[in-house]
Design a protein around this ligand. Structure first.
Ligand SMILES: Nc1ncnc2c1ncn2[C@@H]1O[C@H](COP(=O)(O)OP(=O)(O)OP(=O)(O)O)[C@@H](O)[C@H]1O
Length: 369
């Protein structure tokens, strides 16, 4: 609040000081004009009548007192109209997302319990971030069975995060479609889509407020359920240590928590909602290996019946998954079980595992324990 007041006052004071400067300048100009006319009247005594001189000086005085007022109003109107211009720009010129809610009367009835299984069909998914940019995903086609655990791997810039963007419709597809349990997600209201998927992003977002608000913003769950989710996410001790427990303060953007803790809070949020589809974007990149191992075990257990898509840089975490999707330049180059990919001599996944020191299927299987 104090920061905002400071910022506000800094611009208001500048605005007021510039007004003072402006009025001062106008007064000097008025004074110079009055002085000039008076001097002219004195030196033209006899040529200009006293009545005309008096009329000229008094009229000038009046104009000089009104002019600064009019000029100040003009400057005021111009600065205020800048705000109107901004609002018009945001209201009509900035492109907005699809509707958050569909009208009640047109809500599809089948969505009551959607998604009930978590099957995903990617059908020729092509994605561009902007119409004038080249596509970052080129006709991706794949079928992900319900409850399957999929590891998405690939080099930097391969399009892993973009695939998540496509699933969450952060960007609309250029062509192709995505079906979740048979429903084309492009036909859904954004709120329906996003509230039914859980995501733990690379850069987890926390909101200013309490920890409880961040875990359960709509107050849908009991404290007991929230504590259970925290326990599963290995955060119970961290939260218990805080003076106010669940009501402890979260600063803007969660600055009073480490990135790893923020990701764990996102995991607790996902555990609480137990969605049928969970997406993790290098979710465990900021926690140590031991915590990572425990978290992966929690995910396996708690999301046993959910579809889990994990973007992973630590390949050992996805070695236990049902399938690996290898992306390269926005295309799927391999999609299959880790063991099968490892058995293939020319596989990109095998190359990546070998770079990590895993040279055989037996070593890969050992990672599964
Ligand atoms: N907001 C954006 N606007 C325009 N282009 C983008 C945007 N985000 C990503 N890209 C481009 O899309 C391509 C794929 O990026 P993406 O983030 O999906 O890769 P990634 O495989 O997740 O990489 P990383 O492992 O580094 O996170 C890159 O070429 C990137 O430059």
């Amino acid at each position: 609040m104090y920061n905002y007041i400071d910022k506000h006052l800094a611009s208001v004071l500048l605005y007021q000081q510039s007004n003072v400067w402006f009025v001062y300048r106008m007064n000097i100009i008025s004074f110079m004009a009055t002085l000039t006319i008076t001097i002219i009247c004195v030196f033209t005594k006899g040529i200009v009548s006293m009545a005309s001189a008096g009329l000229a000086i008094s009229s000038l005085n009046r104009v000089c007192s009104i002019l600064p007022f009019l000029m100040k109003r003009k400057a005021d109107i111009m600065s205020r109209l800048t705000s109107v211009e901004r609002i018009i720009e945001y209201a009509f010129e900035v492109e907005s997302e699809a509707a958050l809610e569909t009208p009640y009367c047109t809500k599809p009835l089948l969505l009551n319990n959607w998604p009930s299984k978590g099957g995903i069909e990617l059908m020729g998914v092509t994605l561009k971030y902007r119409p004038d940019l080249p596509p970052v995903l080129h006709g991706i086609t794949a079928s992900i069975k319900p409850a399957h655990k999929i590891g998405i791997v690939g080099r930097t810039g391969a399009g892993k995060s973009s695939l998540m963007c496509a699933l969450l419709r952060l960007c609309e597809l250029d062509s192709g479609k995505i079906l979740v349990d048979g429903v084309d997600i492009s036909t859904l209201a954004l709120h329906t889509l996003r509230s039914n998927l859980s995501v733990i992003p690379q850069d987890p977002v926390l909101f200013q407020g309490t920890l409880r608000y961040n875990l359960d913003p709509f107050g849908e769950y009991t404290d007991l359920a929230v504590w259970e989710a925290l326990e599963q996410a290995h955060l119970r001790d961290v939260v218990s240590c805080q003076d106010n427990g669940l009501m402890s303060k979260v600063e803007a953007a969660g600055k009073n928590f480490s990135v790893g803790e923020r990701q764990l809070i996102c995991l607790a949020r996902a555990l609480l909602r137990s969605s049928k589809i969970l997406m993790l974007d290098e979710a465990t990149a900021s926690v140590d290996q031991e915590t990572d191992r425990v978290i992966q075990a929690t995910i396996r257990q708690a999301f046993n019946t959910s579809t889990v898509l994990t973007i992973a840089h630590r390949l050992n975490t996805v070695a236990i998954y049902d399938k690996i999707m290898v992306l390269e330049a926005g295309q799927i180059v391999e999609f299959g079980s880790p063991v099968k990919l490892m058995q293939r001599q020319t596989s990109v996944f095998r190359e990546m595992m070998e770079a990590m020191g895993v040279k055989s299927v037996d070593q890969l299987k050992a990672l599964r324990i």
